[in-house]
Ligand binder design. Structure first.
Ligand SMILES: [Mg+2]
Length: 173
């Protein structure tokens, strides 16, 4: 069951302590897009997104959008947030995670994934041994395929709570 448990759990991307991540040795942040940055039907980043990304880049992090969505969806985010982007990641597949580690020569302890889904973001990150940070989805609306995952996630969280491994709304870092 450990593969489903995030290393950190925060309400949203704005209250993550990025300085603390830095002191832990994290150098590269992989950001999920849909429902982590904006609802899946928003076409451009919010002002708040832009401000946050500016701040974390100034802290010295390498920031990469890391999404299962396609190129066209990611383009305005990549451009307006001025970061790199990897699309069609097929999370929880470890492939693109491993590609980041290899291409940029990071070791697992230097990379973190931040996302809103246990079954894609957390499981994928845990598979390759990077730091996993779960946040609550920014919107209740989900893309059709995500709806199915969200249903599975709900049942999973129940199980995790029973085993005292994870509770919805009980944040930690
Ligand atoms: Mg997401």
């Amino acid at each position: 069951m450990e593969q489903y448990v995030p290393d950190l759990y925060k309400k949203n991307i704005y209250i993550i302590d990025y300085n603390k991540l830095k002191t832990r040795g994290i150098k590269c942040l992989l950001f999920d897009l849909d429902n982590t940055l904006v609802p899946y039907n928003e076409k451009v980043p919010s002002k708040k997104n832009i401000e946050l990304f500016k701040k974390i880049k100034e802290l010295g992090f390498k920031v990469i959008l890391f999404t299962n969505s396609g190129k066209r969806r990611v383009k305005p985010f990549k451009e307006m947030l001025d970061v790199e982007a990897i699309y069609r990641c097929f999370k929880p597949s470890p492939k693109k995670f491993e590609k980041v580690l290899n291409d940029y020569k990071y070791n697992q302890s230097q990379v973190a994934i931040i996302g809103d889904q246990i079954l894609t973001d957390v499981v994928g990150g845990n598979r390759v041994g990077i730091t996993t940070i779960l946040v609550n989805p920014v919107s209740k609306k989900d893309f059709i395929f995500t709806k199915f995952n969200r249903h599975r996630e709900k049942k999973l969280i129940k199980k995790l709570s029973k085993q005292d491994l994870f509770y919805k709304g009980r944040y930690y870092d």
